[in-house]
Design a protein around this ligand. Structure first.
Ligand code: ADP
Ligand code: MG
Length: 701
């Protein structure tokens, strides 16, 4: 079967006139035979089982029964009439009910002739009844070639109102199969089919639409899901490989004084194995002639900063400059302070550039950047301003990529003759399967190990009614010299209310923790930056014991002495936000705590979120739960939702298949990067088709 057949406009299918063609296009996006074939059923009705009336349970499930109609009567009711048939088998009897179409039914129904009926049953007045059953004479039923599992296709109200029912879609589908006499060409290679014991394309398509059995249906679904994910992975991996051959980067062959001196004499601690592994991965990238494009994932506190610094040293060792960009001023300042401290006794020049850098300082930085006397520049979006020109930027590190658009990233690239190597760091763990799908064209490094000696943060969930106990606990901790965060939600839609809650909360805290024994800081978005900074600093210096805040502290603040995080109305926060907030404590030596406060009324999802937080500190595990609760679209934002718009596979439920598909896609491209070997011909052809008919395959810019 050639591709032309599949691309035949749907108008040419027998049974599809201009009206139907129009509706199919508008309502289901079906333009071609192929589109119709790819309309996969949402679910299947099980018609393998026949029930006896005596066995029926009050489950409301769809069931199938063989029996005869013994009586037919019209029953007058408040509005209109209903037609009621008594339907009997050897074990008992039930009722069939019609509210419409009485005339046709009365004229066509046969009394005392065996029928197969199918539908949902209701239990009413001591009898089972089935409204508007699907009926077929037993004799015809036995003769027709039918699938055991009856597909139910996606539909819309407009379609069913225009008579394009499920049955009609089914018969159109049958028509396509009839016309495709020789069947459909295979789209996977023989070795793949054999190794994975996959159904052929023909069998898979047939059984997805007309399943012969449960097990064939399962295999058909598996094969089609695999195929869908395989081609996405193939596309992403190929893009990554092409990128590596096409986009040259400055090779950094030297690991020299900057790196070695620091590594051998100034490392403040032994690196974890995960940190060492990641640095090795980065070194390999930087040593090659391709531009590095790497995503570094590591939970809060996993030690990404030192990895960033060591990578920057490699750039310096090769005569290049490096920059580190963070999403907020607070974060940039913190990075700057950390790195200045680490570089304390070295002669590395490091500067900070943010929106609040003074003009004179700014000029100085611009000058030093241009003449190459500045090694490392740290800052916010200010780094992207046109006036910022590096002499030779070799490595750009971007922290918390979620907050930067891709466009901004590419802007950084074009500051230079050749693109610098790019390392993106994120503390928001992305489930591996999602990362594979969305960032499949980036290389990914993961720090999955916390520095040694770090104690797990103890997390508890407390109801508002237990507030006094919580206060008592806070006092104990403060008396040990510790500090406490109390965080309130601030959601845009309910901003006014939330500010009121925050202020009420602050007042009650001040009452409970009075001067002069206690000092309480407050920080929120409506304060002037200078006041905010002043309050922050008081807390950082340990002058205040309690910091009442909105989520502005989510990113960045680093106060190792703070050991308790209280999150008010915790049920209103998302999982990743809760996890980020909790990451503000547990940075020092003391045992740290996170207390999630909530009301008694909790939705099922909120309960799951709180339970997950109490159960685990593992960011990846939390992100998996988040993915299940919110779905991939919400998790990644609309930006990448195209990638997640799959026809049959589900990134959450089919993560195992995704892993297998990725492994095999990698294997195929490793063996045969240009798909030139004869056994890969089907893959090459399908791949070419996919790139030609751009639909969902074209999601990443
Ligand atoms: P991240 O940016 O990944 O959240 P940081 O780089 O800020 O984490 O590191 C968190 C803390 O852990 C810092 O105080 C840092 O000095 C410390 N740290 C990092 N790596 C190690 C290590 N291997 N051993 C001990 N402490 C470490
Ligand atoms: Mg960090």
């Amino acid at each position: 079967m050639n591709a032309n057949f599949l691309q035949t406009p749907i108008d040419y299918l027998k049974g599809v006139g201009p009206n139907r063609a129009d509706l199919l296009k508008k309502e289901l996006g079906i333009h071609t035979f192929q589109d119709l074939l790819n309309l996969f059923p949402n679910r299947y009705l099980d018609r393998t089982q026949y029930y006896k009336i005596g066995q029926l349970q009050q489950t409301n499930a769809e069931i199938q029964v063989i029996g005869k109609i013994t009586h037919l009567k019209m029953v007058q009711q408040q509005r209109g009439k209903r037609l009621v048939a008594t339907f009997t088998d050897e074990t008992g009897s039930m009722e069939l009910v019609w509210f419409r179409g009485h005339k046709w039914i009365k004229e066509n129904l046969k009394i005392n002739v065996p029928y197969v009926i199918f539908g949902k049953t209701n239990w009413f007045n001591g009898t089972f009844s089935m409204p508007h059953p699907d009926m077929e004479l037993l004799e015809a039923h036995e003769k027709s070639i039918r699938s055991a599992m009856q597909p139910v296709y996606p539909s819309t109200e407009k379609l069913s109102n225009s008579g394009i029912t499920n049955r009609v879609i089914g018969s159109l589908m049958q028509q396509v199969f009839l016309e495709a006499k020789k069947g459909f060409s295979e789209s996977l290679s023989k070795p793949l089919l054999e190794q994975l014991k996959l159904l052929s394309k023909n069998d898979a398509l047939f059984n997805i639409h007309f399943p012969k059995s449960q097990s064939l249906l399962a295999r058909a679904q598996y094969r089609l899901k695999f195929e869908e994910l395989f081609y996405i992975q193939l596309q992403l991996i190929r893009k990554n490989l092409l990128h590596k051959t096409k986009i040259k980067g400055y090779p950094f062959p030297v690991v020299g004084d900057h790196f070695n001196n620091f590594y051998n004499h100034h490392l403040p601690f032994e690196l974890t194995d995960a940190q060492k592994r990641v640095i090795k991965e980065i070194r390999q990238d930087l040593g090659s002639h391709a531009q590095m494009n790497r995503l570094l994932q590591g939970d809060v506190g996993s030690g990404k900063t030192i990895v960033a610094l060591l990578s920057m040293f490699i750039a310096l060792d090769n005569g290049f400059q490096a920059c580190l960009m963070a999403p907020t001023e607070i974060l940039s300042v913190q990075h700057y302070n950390n790195i200045i401290e680490l570089c304390n006794s070295l002669n590395t020049s490091v500067e900070l550039l943010t929106g609040s850098t003074k003009t004179s300082k700014r000029k100085e930085i611009h000058e030093k950047l241009k003449n190459g006397s500045l090694d490392i520049l740290i800052g916010t979006h200010a780094l992207l301003e046109d006036s910022v020109a590096f002499k030779n930027l070799g490595l750009a590190i971007i922290d918390e990529q979620h907050r930067f658009g891709v466009a901004q990233r590419s802007k950084l690239w074009h500051k230079n003759e050749y693109p610098p190597h790019v390392l993106i760091m994120t503390a928001t763990p992305i489930p591996r399967t999602l990362a594979m799908s969305v960032y499949g064209d980036l290389d990914i490094s993961i720090i999955d190990e916390l520095p040694p000696g770090r104690k797990d943060i103890k997390t508890v969930h407390r109801f508002d009614a237990n507030r006094l106990k919580v206060f008592r606990f806070l006092k104990e901790e403060i008396s040990k010299g510790r500090q406490v965060y109390i965080v309130y939600p601030l959601i845009q839609e309910s901003e006014a209310m939330d500010y009121k809650d925050l202020m009420d909360g602050y007042e009650s805290i001040v009452r409970e923790f009075p001067l002069p024994r206690y000092q309480v800081s407050i920080v929120h978005g409506q304060m002037k930056p200078a006041d905010k900074e002043y309050e922050m600093q008081r807390f950082v210096k340990g002058e205040t014991q309690i910091m009442v805040a909105t989520t502005v502290i989510e990113v960045g603040v680093d106060v190792p002495n703070a050991s308790v995080m209280v999150i008010e109305s915790a049920e209103r926060f998302g999982l990743s936000q809760l996890h980020q907030l909790r990451g503000r404590v547990g940075r020092g030596a003391a045992q740290s705590y996170c207390i999630l406060m909530s009301g008694h009324k909790l939705s099922a999802d909120a309960r799951t979120r709180l339970e997950t937080m109490v159960r685990t500190n593992d960011g990846f595990e939390i992100s998996e739960v988040d993915l299940k609760l919110r779905g991939p679209g919400d998790l990644m934002g609309t930006q990448q939702s195209g990638v997640l718009n799959l026809r049959i596979a589900d990134i959450v439920k089919d993560s195992e298949i995704l892993k297998i598909a990725r492994t095999y896609a990698l294997q195929v491209l490793k063996e045969d990067p240009n798909l030139e070997q004869p056994q890969h011909l089907p893959i090459k052809q399908t791949f070419a088709q996919l790139s030609k008919y751009k639909n969902i395959w074209n999601y990443i810019s």
